[in-house]
Design a protein around this ligand. Structure first.
Ligand code: G3P
Ligand code: CA
Length: 244
């Protein structure tokens, strides 16, 4: 591990400073001493994988509408930088394939979140196809989702990539995670930082699950988390935690 024993994951790139999930945010993060770049993927109307967090373009572009209703060409007409600041105008949507080339170039690990797979039939197979085509090192890839079924499906297909289950505060209160069951098909359990206790991490480790928690943007929270033996933090501000 490069960063004071716990992994530092750049959440949507260096997203506190740059427009999330864009080339400028990714390159800024990859130039730091991060362990992973975290990205979110969706599928377009013409079956292309693109990186963007929400299932609509409304918040992070100058357009409106659902990703699934647009072709890649249509999504390319929009601007994804200006909402964050005038100087970022001109950022376009990236295909997942472009991000793979980027992480290969920088020799970094990639944490891929499949967003709303229930909306995108076949997204798992398409993702695996593009990973194979890019000949990315399997040990550099972790695939995660809040949708456990999607991750189970990938495990059943049989892959060399590591897999992870995301846990939100809301889901946790309805049904506490069954660590043993999750460990039967995944390698990571990645919760909201508000759920992390020493007991949570100890139980995860008992089942050989690693724990990377989101989204940690301040040193006080980071210090508390270090005491729980956490394996990694997912942060919008990777500059604070690299070499820290
Ligand atoms: O990687 C974990 C984190 O990204 C999950 O939440 O909403 O930021 O995608 P969200
Ligand atoms: Ca995410």
């Amino acid at each position: 591990m490069t960063n004071n024993q716990i992994k530092v994951v750049a959440h949507r790139g260096f997203s506190i400073k740059y427009p999330e999930n864009t080339l400028i945010a990714y390159e800024a993060a990859l130039q730091l001493n991060i362990d992973y770049l975290e990205i979110d993927i969706h599928k377009t109307a013409d079956n292309k994988l693109v990186v963007i967090h929400d299932d609509t373009v409304d918040r992070t572009s100058n357009g409106t509408g659902n990703i699934k209703d647009y072709t890649l060409q249509q999504l390319r007409q929009l601007d994804y930088g200006e909402w964050k600041g005038e100087s970022f105008k001109g950022q376009t949507i990236l295909e997942f394939r472009d991000v793979l080339k980027l992480v290969i170039q920088y020799n970094k690990r990639l944490l891929i979140e499949i967003k709303k797979p229930e909306q995108y039939p076949g997204i798992e197979q398409l993702l695996l196809k593009q990973l194979r085509e890019a000949r990315v090192k399997p040990s550099n890839i972790v695939i995660q989702s809040f949708n456990m079924k999607s991750i189970k499906k990938i495990n059943e297909i049989g892959v060399d990539y590591k897999l992870g289950v995301l846990i939100s505060v809301k889901k946790y209160w309805y049904r506490r995670p069954n660590f043993k069951m999750i460990a039967s098909f995944a390698h990571f359990i990645n919760p909201n930082y508000k759920l992390v206790t020493k007991k949570f991490v100890t139980t995860a480790h008992k089942y050989q699950l690693e724990v990377m928690t989101y989204t940690v943007n301040d040193k006080a929270t980071h210090a508390k988390l270090l005491k729980t033996n956490i394996d990694g933090i997912i942060t919008d501000a990777p500059d604070i935690f690299c070499n820290y």
